[in-house]
Write a protein that binds this ligand. Structure first.
Ligand SMILES: Cc1ncc(COP(=O)(O)O)c(C=O)c1O
Length: 458
C-alpha cells in the first residue's frame, strides 16, 4: 500500500508557494525496519549549509542566535555538519542527549514502539506511561508523576499544583473565584525556569521578561544561597511555593549549599509553602547522582524534570508527594501530547541506563577527568577565574565574554555554550562521552581561551 499526498479539490496548484521539498512516496508495506530506514536515508538530498542558513532566516521566526552550522548526524558525543566536519559535542542539545546521539538501545526502543503505538492522548491508559511513572516514583521521594512536554511546562504544572494546594489547605472552596488564598512564589537570583508566562516570571533575567510584561504577578526574588534573604520573603499566609535549582545551570553553574536547601525546607514547612526543586537541567544523572538533590540530602514536595528524560524527544515531568497529589482532580490540568507511549517508552530506556550505579560512577569519573584537564590547560591563564560544577554540568568562569571562546572552539571542532552573564563557558556533554572526547575538548578549550584572551587584550 502506498501513502500518497492527496490534494483537496478546492486547493489548486496556483494557491501553492513553490516547494523545495520533494514529495516522497513512502511504502508502508516494507516490513524490515532497517531497509525502511535506509530507503529514507537514500532519498535524503545533499544539503548546502549556505542555503539552509539563508532559508532559515527567510522562513523561521528569528528568536534564536544560532551558530552558523548545519548539523546532519551524530554518534555518541560526536556530530557532523553538512560539510562533513566532525565536532565533539559538549552541549548535548543543552543537557538533553544524555545517551549521546543515535544510541542503539534508544533507537531500537523507538522503532519498536513507533511500530506499535505512538500516541493516544490521555483519553486512554498506556503501559509505557505507567512503566515510566513507576520507575520515577520507585526511585525518588515522590508518590505520583505528572507528564508534560518540556521544562517550562513542568514548572507551569508545579505552579498550578502549588496554587491549588494552598487554596485547598486554606479551607476555601478552590473552585469559588471570590475567595483567595496564599498565592505568591519565591525564586532566586540567577535562576532559569523557562519561557512561558509563569515560569518566565520566576526566571531572574529581566531582559527575558520585560518585552512581554506583565508576566505572572506575585513573585518575590531572594538571593541564591542566602538564607537571610529568603527568610524575608517566605511568609506564612502569602507564599504558596518556593522554586529553586539545586545546581543552577543557565544562571552560571552555581551549586546550592546544603545549609541553604535545608534552610529553605525548614522555612517552607514553617510557612506551609511547597518546596519545588527544578531539576530540569541538573536532574537524572547530570550531577553524577540520579537526582541532584541527593547531593544535599534534602527532599522537596515537587521536583520538575525534562531535558534528558527521553533522550532527545520532548518530555517534561512533575514528581510530587502524596499530599500534593491529593488536591488535584480530573480536569484540573492536562495536555494532548503529554506522556505519549513513544516518548515514555524511550524515557524508560534512558532511565534504565542512567539509573545504574556503574553508569553514575562513570559520570563522576568523567567529571573529574574533565575538570582536572581544564584546570591544567588553563593554569596561569589570567582570564580564567574558576572551573567548577557537579558531574557533567561544568562551567569555566572567565573575566571576559565566553562567546568568542565558543566560536574559536567550534572552528577547532568542539561545541560549547555560554551561561551566566555571558562570562561562563558551559559544558553539558552527553553523559556517555569518551576519554578521547574529553581530551579533545580540554585541549581545544585551552587553546580557545588563550586565543580569545589574547584577542581581548589587543
Ligand atoms: C533549570 C531549568 N528549568 C527550566 C528550563 C526550561 O526548559 P524548556 O526549555 O524545556 O522549557 C530550563 C531550560 O534550560 C532549565 O535549565
Amino acid at each position: 500500500m502506498l501513502l500518497k499526498h492527496h490534494q483537496p479539490s478546492s486547493f489548486t496548484q496556483s494557491d501553492r508557494k513553490p516547494r523545495a521539498v520533494r514529495d516522497v512516496k513512502r511504502s508502508v508495506a516494507v516490513t524490515d525496519v532497517g531497509s525502511l530506514l535506509r530507503s529514507f536515508f537514500k532519498s535524503e538530498p545533499a544539503v548546502s549549509s549556505k542555503q539552509v542558513i539563508a532559508d532559515e532566516s527567510k522562513y523561521i521566526l528569528q528568536t534564536y542566535a544560532r551558530a552558523p552550522l548545519v548539523l546532519t548526524h551524530g554518534m555518541g558525543a560526536r556530530v557532523w555538519d553538512a560539510d562533513g566536519k566532525e565536532y565533539v559535542d559538549m552541549t548535548a542539545g543543552i543537557a538533553v542527549n544524555a545517551l549521546g546521539h543515535s544510541d542503539k538501545r534508544w533507537l531500537a526502543t523507538l522503532v519498536e514502539q513507533a511500530g506499535k503505538l505512538s500516541h493516544t492522548s490521555n483519553l486512554y491508559h498506556t503501559t509505557a506511561q505507567v512503566d515510566l511513572a513507576k520507575r520515577l516514583v520507585d526511585n525518588s521521594f515522590a508518590d505520583k508523576a505528572f507528564f508534560c512536554n518540556s521544562g517550562t511546562e513542568a514548572n507551569e504544572a508545579a505552579i498550578k499544583f502549588a496554587r491549588k494546594y494552598a487554596r485547598v489547605k486554606s479551607g476555601i472552596d478552590p473552585y469559588d473565584g471570590t475567595q483567595s488564598a496564599p498565592h505568591e512564589f519565591v525564586s532566586f537570583t540567577s535562576s532559569f525556569h523557562g519561557r512561558t508566562m509563569g515560569a518566565l516570571a520566576l526566571t531572574y533575567k529581566e531582559q527575558y521578561k520585560t518585552p512581554f510584561l506583565p508576566v505572572m504577578p506575585g513573585i518575590q526574588l531572594a538571593k541564591y544561597n542566602d538564607l537571610e534573604s529568603a527568610k524575608k520573603v517566605i511568609v506564612k499566609g502569602k507564599t504558596c511555593g518556593v522554586f529553586v535549582e539545586p545546581v543552577q545551570g543557565e544562571g552560571g553553574i552555581f551549586p546550592a549549599s546544603k545549609e541553604f536547601l535545608q534552610g529553605l525546607r525548614d522555612l517552607c514547612d514553617e510557612a506551609g509553602a511547597l518546596l519545588i526543586f527544578d531539576e530540569v537541567q541538573c536532574g537524572l544523572g547530570r550531577t553524577g547522582r540520579l537526582w541532584a538533590h541527593e547531593l544535599y540530602g534534602v527532599t522537596p514536595d515537587i521536583m520538575t524534570l525534562a531535558k534528558p528524560l527521553a533522550g532527545g524527544l520532548p518530555i517534561g515531568a512533575a514528581l510530587m508527594k502524596q499530599h500534593v497529589a491529593d488536591v488535584m482532580k480530573p480536569g484540573d490540568h492536562g495536555s494532548t501530547f503529554a506522556g505519549n507511549p513513544l516518548v515514555c517508552q524511550a524515557a524508560c530506556t534512558v532511565f534504565d541506563i542512567i539509573n545504574d550505579p556503574s553508569f553514575l560512577a562513570s559520570v563522576n569519573a568523567k567529571s573529574e577527568r574533565l575538570k582536572a584537564g581544564l584546570r591544567q590547560v588553563t593554569a596561569g591563564n589570567p582570564h580564567v577565574k574558576d572551573v567548577r560544577g557537579s558531574g557533567l554540568l561544568v562551567g569555566i568562569e572567565l573575566d571576559m565574554m565566553a562567546s568568542p571562546v565558543c566560536d574559536i572552539a567550534r572552528d577547532m571542532g568542539v561545541l560549547a555554550i555560554t551561561a551566566g552573564k555571558g562570562d561562563i563557558v558551559r559544558l553539558v556533554p552527553p553523559l556517555v562521552l569518551s576519554d578521547a572526547d574529553i581530551n579533545k575538548a580540554v585541549d581545544v578549550l585551552g587553546v580557545a581561551i588563550k586565543k580569545a584572551g589574547d584577542a581581548a587584550e589587543k
